[in-house]
Design a protein around this ligand. Structure first.
Ligand code: ARG
Length: 575
């Protein structure tokens, strides 16, 4: 049992004695325990205000009575301070409690079942067809992926959705360009880049030849009407895009449960529009149809254009309803850049006005912009950095570093892939999501700073130490075969404190939709352990002391590995 639970149990008995009645159980008391803001005030504090009614005494008197009656100095020392009983953990008991709990829970340490029976939909990545994946798409992809893993770990059922951008007049133009200047072989070989090139050419030529625009519109109409030639070409464009992006998803380990994109809702919008009309929410405005949101201080939400065409918002309305009907979600998240803030506020408000009770369970998980080496990314300035190139370069650089620093390492390419990808992902998940991310090469691959490779390296360090210990016959994962007194120094205690916080860090990240909380946690754990590692000789001295240090190391290894997994990073055993 961890020390907090033991403390709570002992307190229940004491309070029962003082009051002569059964007032609280250990869970009540554990929930009341607070962490003092200043560590000098102890490790845990029990506020006594809630006992005043039951015990008919002033809180400071109660605190004093509890502190005086406290006999469990094997767990903690107690001191009463103005209505609180402050506890100072016995260091060995704290070490024993924390590690025993971790040993008992093993790989599940930090997980939970609070999500059992609940479903969360997560819309992330949501790429656009016929566009290449650039580093601007990494935030949505990795924040969504990480949230999915975090919620899974907490027992939720999660549904990962890639809401493909696969509808719009641009696809008509692309077909027109393809028919005029493209060839099957060329596009098949060139992939998405060939489509992008065709699209650029279309716009250049359309400047002198306005007929092209009309032709593009006609092709799009043919897609809309289900004309088989148009649909076949369009489906092929889609397939090419997905094939291209799959390489990136494979490198990142990112998966989805559904690829239901905008076009999936073609036949699902009519009932929604009808419902809006029935509810009197639809208004005509210059020939178009809108939902007025003046009362909510927002511009109107455009539902149908004057030619009857539907819009991005119309599709999102249908998608939200579809997700509610299909998955019966308890929460539905949209991991999308903050530029779409207004879109989602409008969307959620319209759904609320339509009377859907689940509309309050929709959340826009927004994030900041991505810059590259100090300048902004934009298609127009030609400043695009493709994700595949970034990952390739990161892997290449990692390989070079590994070749230099660890020439003996087996299977360097695999490790280089884990480290290169880990470096990039870590860089994107290290600051709070609403902050803009600026990507700098020299910061990302550092093995010492607050980076992915630093955490991975610490994990590998733990693994190699454990291998050495095993060779030397030092036991791990034994409940009683280690001496907790060997972990009472400041550095070991600092590591234990970080380890103890892991379940809370995961929940905090889940509550705030903020993987960066875990990213920072991982760095703190790695730093605390490395300090310990440099200051102490782990495999020296009495055998039971060694075992204790090895247990601590194993606990750190385990937590780093789980933590990194939860933010979408692999943990190599050797580096
Ligand atoms: N494809 C869109 C874009 O790149 C993002 C879609 C986000 N999801 C949604 N349901 N609107 O901007």
């Amino acid at each position: 049992m961890d020390i907090k639970s033991q403390l709570a149990q002992a307190l229940v008995e004491l309070i029962d004695n003082i009051s002569g009645a059964k007032l609280f159980n250990a869970q009540d008391i554990a929930a009341m325990l607070e962490i003092p803001p200043d560590p000098a005030m102890g490790d845990a504090a029990l506020p006594c205000f809630r006992f005043a009614k039951h015990l008919r005494k002033a809180p400071p008197v109660i605190a004093q009575t509890i502190a005086q009656g406290w006999t469990r100095s094997d767990l903690a020392d107690a001191r009463s301070i103005s209505g609180y009983v402050n506890f100072f953990y016995n260091r060995a008991a704290f070490a024993r409690g924390t590690l025993q709990k971790m040993i008992a829970e093993g790989e599940r340490y930090g997980s939970g079942d609070e999500g059992a029976g609940k479903t969360i939909c997560i819309d992330y990545s949501s790429i656009n067809i016929a566009k290449r994946f650039h580093i601007g798409h990494l935030s949505t992809t990795m924040i969504g992926h990480s949230l999915k893993r975090i919620y899974d770990f907490l027992g939720y059922r999660t549904v990962g959705i890639n809401h493909l951008g696969d509808w719009g007049t641009q696809f008509g133009k692309m077909i027109s360009a393809y028919k005029r200047w493209g060839s099957r072989e060329e596009v098949e070989c060139g992939g998405v880049q060939a489509l992008v090139d065709l699209y650029v050419r279309f716009h250049q030529e359309a400047k002198d030849n306005p007929e092209l625009e009309e032709e593009g519109r006609r092709w799009f109409l043919r897609i809309e009407q289900g004309d088989s030639e148009a649909v076949d070409i369009f489906d092929w464009f889609k397939e090419l895009t997905l094939r291209d992006v799959q390489n990136v998803y494979d490198l990142l380990g990112v998966t989805f449960d559904a690829y239901t994109g905008e076009s999936f809702y073609n036949d699902k919008m009519e009932p929604i529009v009808q419902l809006l009309r029935d509810k009197g929410l639809l208004q005509e405005s210059n020939g178009a149809w809108i939902v007025d949101l003046t009362d909510d201080n927002m511009p109107p939400c455009l539902i149908l254009k004057s030619d009857g065409a539907t819009l991005y918002a119309t599709r999102d309305l249908a998608a939200a309803v579809y997700r509610a009907d299909t998955y019966h979600f308890d929460q539905s998240l949209y991991v999308v850049a903050y530029q779409q803030d207004l879109h989602f506020r409008q969307l959620f408000r319209v759904l609320e006005k339509m009377g859907y009770p689940w509309a309050k369970n929709l959340t826009h998980v927004s994030f900041g912009m991505v810059g590259y080496e100090g300048s902004s990314l934009s298609t127009r300035s030609g400043h695009i950095v493709y994700l595949e190139d970034v990952l390739d370069r990161a892997i290449e650089k990692s390989l070079a570093i590994l070749e230099e620093k660890s020439p003996e390492l087996p299977d360097k390419p695999t490790v280089a892939r884990m480290v290169g990808v880990g470096a990039v992902v870590h860089a994107f998940l290290s600051a709070g999501r609403i902050k803009d991310v600026d990507f700098w090469w020299d910061r990302v691959l550092n093995f010492d700073g607050e980076t992915g490779p630093y955490a991975q390296y610490t994990h590998a360090r733990c693994c190699s130490l454990l291998a050495k210990a095993k060779e030397a016959g030092i036991d791990t994962r034994g409940e009683a075969l280690w001496n907790a007194e060997a972990l009472t120094d400041d550095e070991a205690q600092a590591v234990l404190r970080v380890l103890e916080r892991f379940p809370e860090a995961i929940r905090d990240a889940a509550r705030k939709y903020e993987p960066s909380i875990l990213t920072r946690y991982i760095t703190q754990l790695a730093q605390a352990y490395n300090k310990y590692y440099y200051d102490h000789r782990i495999l020296e001295g009495a055998e039971l002391d060694q075992s204790a240090r090895v247990e601590l190391t194993d606990a750190v290894r385990q937590t780093l590995s789980t933590g990194l997994y939860l933010i979408g990073i692999e943990s190599p055993v050797k580096m």
